[in-house]
Write a protein that binds this ligand. Structure first.
Ligand SMILES: Cc1cc2nc3c(=O)[nH]c(=O)nc-3n(C[C@H](O)[C@H](O)[C@H](O)COP(=O)(O)OP(=O)(O)OC[C@H]3O[C@@H](n4cnc5c(N)ncnc54)[C@H](O)[C@@H]3O)c2cc1C
Length: 453
C-alpha cells in the first residue's frame, strides 16, 4: 500500500526530508506545500545575492522534484488555505519544515521609529521577498548600526556597502539596486552584547568582508579584551580562536575616502532615540561573568551613545505559530524529540518537524540534511503503526484545492518561471531577474499556456 506524506515548506529541510523519504521508502509519495509561489525558502529569500554559488544547491532540489512520487503545491499556505486537520485527511504523516520567518525584536523604547529595521526585512528587500520587496528603506544618511553578531549582520553590512556595479550582475532585486545606487551609507557599526569569543560569525563569512576593496574593517584593541573564562572557551575551540585572531589582525587604518565597518563588543542596546526618526542608539557597556560557556552579561552602568541614521536589529529568528500545533514560546520552535512533535508531554501522532523550526535558527543549509534524516528515520519507523489517512490519492488533494478555488503552482510551473527569470536576467546582464509577485507569475504562466486555474 502506498504511504502518503505531506511536507509543509520548501526550504532545505523540506527538500532534504523529501529526498530521504523517496530514497528510503519506495511505497511513499510526497506532496510539498509552500506558501509562496517559489520554492527553496531561505536559499532564495535569505542567502545574500553576492553568494551565487550557495544557491546552486537548488539544482539538487530540482533533481528531487523530478521524482514522479513527488509533487509541489506552491502558493498554498498551510493554516490558511488548508489546515493541519484537513491535511491529515490526505496524508498518513506530515513533516513541518516551515522554518523561522519572524525576527526577534530588541524590545527597547524607540525600536519602531522610522529608520529602524529588522535584518529580516532588509534581507527580504534585496532578495525580492513578496512581503518586503517594496520596503520603505531610507539610505540617505551616512551611519548605520547593526545590532547582533551573526552571519546575517555581515550579509546586511556587505550588501549595504558593496559597490553597486558588483551587485548589478547578481539576482538582487532591481528595486534594491535603485536605492543602493543613491545610498549615502559609508559607516556601519556592528555591535554585540558579548565579546569576540562569543560572536556567532563563521570565519568564511568574516573573510567575505575582505572582498570589499573600498571598505576598511576596524576594531579598537580594548574591544578585544578577554576574561579568563573567554580565554578558556577560545583555547578549547579552534574556530573561536580563528575569529578572535581575525579581529586581532585587522590593520585598523581608515584610508581616505574609504567606507568602514566598526566592530563593537560588550554593549547592550537600551534605547533608540530620535525626533521623528532614528538619530542615536544608547548602549550600556557590559562585563561577562560566570563559568566558561555559561557566561552572562552584567551591566556596568557606563553608557555609550552612538549617533546613526538607521538601525538594524539582527538578533535572530523565531517560528510562527501554526493552529493546532504546540509552540515553545521561549525558544520560538515546535517542541519535539528527534523530530516527533511533543504536545503536553506526549507524542503528537503523525506530525513531525525538520530544520530550523525543529532546532532553532542555527546551522547552514547542509546541516539540515542530517537533521532531516533524523526526522525521516523516526517517521518511517512509526509509519506501520500510524492511523492511515482516508483520502489516499493525489487527485483528491487537487480536487480539494480546486473546490476551494486555490490556484496553486506545480513544479513545472515553477520551472517556467525559473527559465523566464534566467532569460530576462541575461537580457539585463544579470544571473537572473527575479519575478517578485504572484500577479507577474500568473501573467507569465498565462502566456506560456502552462497555467493551472
Ligand atoms: C539571511 C540568511 C542568510 C543565510 N545565508 C546562508 C548561507 O549563505 N549559506 C548557508 O549555508 N546557509 C545560510 N543561511 C541558513 C539557511 O538558510 C538555513 O539553514 C535553511 O534555510 C533552513 O532551512 P529550513 O528548511 O528549515 O527553513 P527555510 O529555508 O526558512 O524554509 C521554510 C519554508 O517554509 C515555508 N513556509 C513557512 N510557513 C509555511 C506555511 N504555513 N505553509 C506553507 N509553507 C510555509 C516558507 O515560505 C519557506 O519556504 C542563511 C539564513 C538566513 C536567515
Amino acid at each position: 500500500m502506498t504511504h502518503r506524506i505531506g511536507i509543509v515548506g520548501s526550504g532545505p529541510s523540506g527538500f532534504f526530508s523529501a529526498e530521504h523519504i523517496l530514497r528510503m521508502c519506495e511505497e511513499c509519495e510526497v506532496d510539498m506545500f509552500e506558501r509562496y509561489f517559489d520554492p527553496f525558502g531561505l536559499v532564495r529569500k535569505g542567502v545574500a545575492p553576492d553568494s551565487p554559488k550557495i544557491r546552486e544547491v537548488t539544482r539538487a532540489f530540482d533533481n528531487i522534484a523530478k521524482n514522479p512520487r513527488f509533487a509541489y503545491f506552491g502558493n498554498v499556505e498551510v493554516g490558511r488555505d488548508i489546515s493541519i486537520s484537513e491535511m491529515l485527511i490526505f496524508y498518513d504523516a506530515i513533516i513541518l519544515a516551515c522554518g523561522m520567518e519572524t525576527s526577534q525584536r530588541l524590545g527597547i523604547p524607540g525600536e519602531d521609529l522610522p529608520g529602524s529595521y529588522t535584518a529580516n526585512s532588509i534581507v527580504g528587500w534585496y532578495n525580492c521577498h513578496p512581503v518586503y520587496r517594496s520596503l520603505d528603506i531610507h539610505l540617505d544618511g551616512r551611519k548605520a548600526i547593526i545590532i547582533g553578531m551573526g552571519n546575517v549582520s555581515l550579509d546586511v553590512a556587505r550588501i549595504l556597502l558593496r559597490r553597486v556595479d558588483q551587485l548589478k550582475p547578481t539576482d538582487i532585486s532591481n528595486e534594491a539596486i535603485e536605492k543602493l545606487e543613491k545610498s549615502n551609507i559609508e559607516e556601519i557599526y556592528i555591535v554585540g552584547r558579548r565579546g569576540p569569543a562569543q560572536a556567532k560569525f563563521k570565519e568564511n563569512e568574516l573573510l567575505t568582508l575582505k572582498e570589499l576593496s573600498d571598505v576598511d574593517l576596524m576594531v579598537k584593541e580594548d574591544e578585544l579584551i578577554l576574561n579568563e573564562a573567554s580565554k578558556k572557551e577560545m583555547k578549547d575551540n579552534p574556530s573561536i580562536e580563528r575569529i578572535v585572531t581575525f579581529f586581532e589582525r585587522l590593520r585598523n587604518v581608515r584610508r581616505k575616502n574609504s567606507k568602514v565597518i566598526n566592530f563593537l563588543f560588550y554593549r547592550t542596546p537600551i534605547r533608540v532615540n530620535g525626533r521623528g526618526k532614528v538619530e542615536e542608539v544608547i548602549f550600556e557597556k557590559n562585563n561577562l561573568v560566570g563559568e566558561p560557556y555559561n557566561q552572562k552579561t552584567e551591566g556596568t552602568g557606563i553608557i555609550d551613545t552612538i549617533p546613526c541614521d538607521m538601525v538594524v536589529a539582527s538578533i535572530g529568528y523565531r517560528g510562527n505559530v501554526l493552529p493546532g500545533i504546540p509552540f515553545d514560546e521561549r525558544r520560538g520552535i515546535i517542541p519535539n524529540e528527534k523530530g516527533r512533535v511533543i504536545k503536553n508531554g506526549n507524542i503528537l501522532e503523525r506530525i513531525y518537524v525538520a530544520g530550523w523550526i525543529k532546532r532553532g535558527p542555527v546551522g547552514l543549509i547542509g546541516h539540515n540534511r542530517a537533521d532531516s534524516l533524523e526526522t525521516v528515520s523516526c517517521l518511517l519507523e512509526d509509519l506501520p503503526k500510524l492511523e492511515k489517512c482516508t483520502l489516499r490519492n493525489r487527485e483528491e488533494v487537487i480536487r480539494f484545492l480546486h473546490n476551494k478555488n486555490i490556484r496553486y503552482i506545480t513544479y513545472s510551473d515553477w520551472k517556467v518561471i525559473d527559465e523566464y527569470e534566467q532569460y530576462q536576467g541575461k537580457l539585463e546582464g544579470k544571473i537572473r531577474k527575479r519575478v517578485c509577485s504572484i500577479e507577474e507569475v500568473w501573467e507569465i504562466l498565462g502566456k506560456s499556456k502552462n497555467c493551472y486555474t
